[in-house]
Design a protein around this ligand. Structure first.
Ligand SMILES: Cc1cc2nc3c(=O)[nH]c(=O)nc-3n(C[C@H](O)[C@H](O)[C@H](O)COP(=O)(O)OP(=O)(O)OC[C@H]3O[C@@H](n4cnc5c(N)ncnc54)[C@H](O)[C@@H]3O)c2cc1C
Length: 367
């Protein structure tokens, strides 16, 4: 039986462990805390699923496949993990990122439509289209209950035979040392999120603090779609599980240490979120923050991920660049084929020199 050690039980490592266990591998999953612990990037209350990725069709197709994965996972565990609220894109430019996304979605046959800014009131109780050229509606986009999905994916992996080992892993040649004990397998995958930057300092990774804010809003706002203003690096969605309406920024924050950094949001993040809320949804001006959360991005310069074989059989899966959650079930299937030797990873995921770009994230603002 082929064996693999996956280090890191965030959504990437847990989904991969589950996938490999289901396809005949003996899997050991090593996690320093508990799956779904609050310092993980995967432990945000919610994460968006969208297919629009600017002019890139690889990630658009992957997200479309991942949607099936989330729905199937929800059915399997008996609770909905993916809430298909739809998503409205607020396009500030007539021929910018959203137009490029629309062309790709059209080519891939992924449903969407373009609307005038005044049609925003179809989706939101109150809406200002100020500064917008058009809206793009993605009806099958939505919101994933992220932390819950991470916990359940890891639990399912264990039910499928994965051995979950609690401990801090360190590279030991081609093996893995967990709190002093050396473990070996046919393959090793380091899926350590933001911790990868310290484990493998040669990787092109920057870790940044990201603050999220949810506001207390009237009940009429609970069922709204998710929304993204790429030009303003702002996004959000309606209430999920009682934590309020998310309105927050995708612009990258200050450098951050994932294990010890303070889990308190900055006043500036709250101010930015409040002011965007008031501008786009005027009747919500002055809404009180209900829930806040600190998380971290693990950014590559071009927002392309890292899927790299460091030495024979030893892989790094990281650099999610703030847009990796939604893809997890489909990414796990893709990485499994690589570990099986059925295909090489796309060149884009390698350690070549990367040219800074922004098109894959929902953040069009340069900082
Ligand atoms: C504020 C914010 C908003 C986001 N919004 C979206 C969104 O809307 N849509 C989307 O698709 N994505 C989004 N993302 C990105 C998404 O959350 C990440 O892509 C995803 O969670 C990455 O998962 P991961 O498993 O790689 O990392 P993590 O979830 O961080 O997991 C890594 C795990 O590895 C463990 N670990 C690390 N080192 C060791 C070690 N040495 N030994 C043992 N265990 C170790 C850690 O404890 C941790 O549990 C967002 C991220 C943030 C921060």
């Amino acid at each position: 039986m082929k064996s693999v050690i996956v280090v890191g039980a965030g959504i990437w490592g847990s989904s991969l462990a589950l996938r490999l266990a289901e396809t005949g591998w003996r899997v050991t999953l090593v996690e320093q805390h508990t799956p779904g612990h609050v310092r993980q990037s995967s432990a945000g209350e919610t994460r968006l699923l969208r297919c629009a990725h600017g002019q890139d069709d690889w990630y658009a197709s992957l997200a479309w496949r991942a949607r099936d994965g989330w729905r199937a996972l929800g059915e399997r565990v008996g609770e909905p993990l993916y809430l298909e609220s739809g998503m409205v894109w607020f396009a500030q430019q007539a021929d910018g990122w959203e137009r490029a996304s629309s062309a790709v979605l059209e080519r891939l046959g992924i449903p969407h439509s373009l609307l005038g800014p005044d049609e925003g009131t179809r989706f939101f109780p109150d809406f200002s289209g100020e500064g917008l050229e058009f809206l793009m509606w993605e009806p099958y986009a939505g919101v994933i209950r992220a932390r819950r999905a991470t916990q359940l994916t890891a639990r399912l992996a264990v039910q499928e035979g994965v051995e979950l080992v609690r401990g801090r892993a360190e590279p030991h040649g081609d093996a893995v040392a967990v709190d002093g004990e050396v473990m070996r397998a046919d393959r090793v995958v380091w899926a350590c999120g933001a911790w990868s930057a310290a484990l493998f300092p040669d990787l092109p990774l920057a870790v940044t603090k990201q603050d999220t804010v949810h506001f207390a809003v009237p009940p009429a706002w609970n069922g709204i779609p998710a929304w993204v203003d790429y030009g303003a690096s702002a996004y959000g969605h309606g209430d999920v599980d009682g934590v309020g309406m998310k309105t927050t920024s995708d612009a990258e924050g200050l450098p951050y240490e994932p294990e010890t950094g303070a889990r308190v949001i900055d006043q500036a993040s709250l101010d930015v979120a409040s002011s965007y809320l008031a501008r786009r949804f005027p009747s919500l001006a002055g809404s009180a923050p209900l829930f806040t959360q600190v998380c971290q991005y693990s950014l590559t310069p071009d927002a392309e991920w890292i899927i790299h074989e460091r030495s024979p059989g030893v892989w790094v899966l990281g650099g999610d660049s703030g847009h990796g959650f939604k893809h997890a079930p489909a990414l796990a299937a893709y990485v499994a084929t690589i570990l099986e030797g059925e295909q090489e990873p796309e060149k884009r995921f390698g350690l070549h020199e990367r040219v800074p770009t922004r098109g894959l994230r929902t953040s069009g603002m340069t900082t």
